[in-house]
Design a protein around this ligand. Structure first.
Ligand SMILES: *Cc1c(COP(=O)(O)O)cnc(C)c1O
Length: 459
């Protein structure tokens, strides 16, 4: 007889992964290369040095190294808040009346309230090692800015955060947490950069976007000596660092003789999903197993489900390299939904390629549907989820309900990326029934696609 599976499963310190896994090494077809925006030729590692620190540029470009050792200092930092628990959602299963087994990996057990600290600490470690003297970044909902503020204060590196203006206004407490860790927080678009000034000239009342905040942070980095830019999602290096989520999950499931039939995660820029699925996708790529992999995105910013697979800029200001990815167009301004961390026009090139090649699926939900799932989950599992994370919950609940209909006892694993304590405006709107759903029309998207860069690859 199998032992009863515990509610919460933690690896021991000895069992924690000592290497990150690079999914690209096992992809049969590699991602298309990043293009240099001035020449439209594939970028070389050294082209990235003005923007990224060198070790991270190397990780970004490395399609072949399967495992990267996690430096010991980073392993030690991880031990302050990892391993994160793998939790069996017994109460949620019961409430749904499903035969499915639902597991979730909870990444909200640190002050940033999300998985973002996993990559933040790695990026600041390498910046420190290179002797850089300051960093810049953007933040949407504020989780990345908070994670990076924590990491920068740990390594004593000054940080400037460009925070998407609508989040800055919706979430003043996030800003205060970042300031408490010593960061300089500026609402974006701002008049501190050329690109910010030009965006404000065109649209003085804009709530901003991640793409626009990225442009500002990059401009600041390349115009400040000893300063580099760091990004909390989308990039290959970030997915590499986030593989810790999936590696821990897979190992914990092995300890209880479990393996997921379905792996589900929310998708903003793709980093938590890319990290969670990494070792499971490896099995799929190597023909060892065939779990379904499902990305859940907001209907208001549907990069996978309605985007184009095309070369596009990673930012609104068109200063970044071009990446081949699912995109809504770098000029796309998503409506100010409550899942700020998912308001990004593009998607990780790795996940885009895997999706394009049929290795994964995607679904989108309107935010009221997502909050309905969030509240049900909170009541059953006593964790108040971040609105972003609640997308994955919605996806998992719907999979579990399908099992209820079919009578199949599938094993579902989803990523619970963080907590929603700073999202009370959103929860209030849901409770008061003033929350609205905005879905872009085909015309809105067509207009945005018209602005895609004219690269021979983009038909
Ligand atoms: C940033 C964030 C996301 C989305 O980012 P990904 O890079 O797609 O993972 C999801 N959940 C939370 C809690 C976040 O902070």
């Amino acid at each position: 007889m199998l032992k009863k599976i515990p509610h919460r499963l933690y690896l021991t310190e000895e069992q924690m992964p000592k290497q990150w896994y690079n999914l690209r090494a096992d992809m049969k077809e590699k991602c298309d290369p990043l293009l240099n925006p001035s020449t439209m030729q594939p970028i070389k590692e050294a082209d990235l040095y003005p923007v990224f620190c060198e070790k991270l540029a190397a990780q970004e470009m490395d399609d072949d190294t399967r495992y990267f050792d996690i430096p010991e200092e980073i392993q030690d930092f991880y031990k302050m808040y990892r391993p994160s628990p793998l939790i069996r959602a017994y109460n949620l299963e019961k409430a749904l009346g499903t035969p499915a087994k639902i597991y979730y990996k909870f990444e909200g057990n640190n002050t940033s309230g999300s998985h973002k600290l996993n990559s933040a600490i790695a990026q600041v470690y390498y910046a420190k090692e290179q002797g850089l003297t300051s960093l810049t970044t953007e933040t949407g909902a504020g989780q990345w800015g908070t994670a990076l503020s924590e990491a920068c204060s740990y390594y004593n590196i000054p940080l400037t955060v460009y925070m998407v203006k609508c989040s800055y206004e919706q979430k003043p407490f996030r800003k205060i947490v970042m300031q408490t860790f010593g960061a300089n927080v500026i609402p974006s678009p701002s008049n501190t950069t050329n690109v910010g000034r030009s965006i404000l000239e065109k649209d003085p009342l804009t709530g901003g976007s991640l793409g626009c905040a990225i442009s500002e942070a990059i401009e600041k980095a390349v115009t400040t000596p000893g300063c580099r830019y760091v990004l909390g999602s989308v990039l290959n290096q970030v997915l590499l660092h986030q593989s810790i989520i999936g590696l821990e999950s897979k190992q914990a499931m092995e300890l209880i003789d479990e393996y997921p039939d379905v792996v589900i995660g929310c998708a903003g820029g793709g980093s938590n999903l890319g990290g969670l699925i990494a070792p499971f996708m490896q099995d799929k790529l190597l023909g060892k197993a065939s779990p379904r992999i499902v990305a859940v995105e907001p209907a208001s910013c549907p990069s996978f489900t309605r985007g184009r697979y095309a070369y596009d800029f990673c930012d609104t200001g068109k200063v970044t390299p071009l990446a081949k990815m699912y995109t809504l167009g770098s000029g796309f301004m998503p409506s100010p939904s409550h899942a700020g961390g998912l308001r990004y026009h593009g998607m990780s090139p790795i996940l885009s390629k895997l999706y394009h090649d049929g290795y994964m699926e995607a679904v989108s939900y309107e935010q009221t549907k997502v909050f309905e799932a969030a509240v049900l989950f909170a009541k059953q599992e006593t964790i108040l989820p971040a609105p972003e994370s609640a997308h994955a919950i919605r996806g998992a609940i719907d999979e579990a309900l399908k099992c209820k209909e079919s009578g199949e006892a599938k094993t579902i694993l989803f990523g619970l990326t963080g907590t929603g304590y700073f999202d009370m405006t959103a929860y209030n709107a849901y409770n008061e029934k003033t929350m609205t759903d905005y879905i872009p029309s085909d015309e809105d998207l067509a207009k945005s696609f018209d602005g895609l860069p004219k690269v021979s690859d983009n038909k």
